[in-house]
Design a protein around this ligand. Sequence first.
Ligand SMILES: Nc1nc2c(ncn2[C@@H]2O[C@H](COP(=O)(O)OP(=O)(O)OP(=O)(O)O)[C@@H](O)[C@H]2O)c(=O)[nH]1
Ligand SMILES: [Mg+2]
Ligand SMILES: [Zn+2]
Length: 305
Amino acid sequence: MKVNNKHLGLVTKKFNDFFLVDLKNKENSGNSEKFLCKVRKAINFKNQLIYVGDEVVIENIDLKSKSAVITSLKKRRNLLVRPSVANISNIYITFSVEEPALNLSQVNRFLISAESMDVEVSLVLTKCDLISDTLRSSLINKFEKWGYQAITLNLQKSDCFKNLLAEVKQKECSIFMGPSGVGKTTLLNMIIPGLQNSTSPVSNKIKRGKNTTRNVELFSISNHSYIVDTPGFNMQPLEVDIKLLPNLYSEIYKQVIEEGIKCKFRNCLHLNDEGCNLNKSFERYSFYKDMIESSKSHYYQNQED
Ligand SMILES: Nc1nc2c(ncn2[C@@H]2O[C@H](COP(=O)(O)OP(=O)(O)OP(=O)(O)O)[C@@H](O)[C@H]2O)c(=O)[nH]1
Ligand SMILES: [Mg+2]
Ligand SMILES: [Zn+2]
């Protein structure tokens, strides 16, 4: 049976030229109806590609074969580049405290690149069963100084994710990002009833993840909330305008915006002491400096090309 109405849908998965689209504004939550869609021929949406998280209009809905065609693409609020996901409201940077071991410079890179998206950013630390309570507390203290209230999880305790679940249910579209093997899919399997996505143990020798999740996929947790599982990336590329970098660090933002400190030059990158009044005695300053230096060389290289 075909229905000719137009419907607003949400792209939950993408493979080659096909898209899985969930109907939006459904009456009830629970098992959602997904339609396999292609883009209507002769439409190219001004050469824009369609991504997971995009809102689209679907037509020619065939209820029997559960298929339809996408006829237009709604304006998106934001687009994360790697992995490609549209319309995110919250990013949960997810790292394990062990197996694979916590790499602070990598955590910082993920956090800063998430901050550049202008969405709410949180930090989740998994596998806390593998460390002592003392170490867990000291990590919480450390990240508090970085400007984050780390959510610490021990997924072997089934009730530890209750608060997190209540939180993501309040958000529109939360994405879990971090290296391979940290337990992103394990967490989603616990949060979403009935979800049984593949997970696999980290490799024995080098304690690295095995890149188990291959595709970005968006899952419904209530009528208005979605969670995205992503493939783990071990290196987060940073494509942030160098001028924006200082304010992505809360330690700098607080001094400049909230406390109003002024350096001699406007647009001070807070590197040399001459005329710079930033208090640099915070833990992430060395990461910040390295990030500015490497963006600078990248910046000048591009200017020469
Ligand atoms: N000890 C312990 N192991 C955990 C915990 N959470 C997840 N794991 C294990 O970590 C391994 C990797 O988990 P996955 O969920 O596949 O990791 P992922 O982040 O989805 O990895 P990719 O899909 O490769 O990006 C699995 O063997 C999980 O059982 C935890 O809280 N404690
Ligand atoms: Mg996974
Ligand atoms: Zn300065």
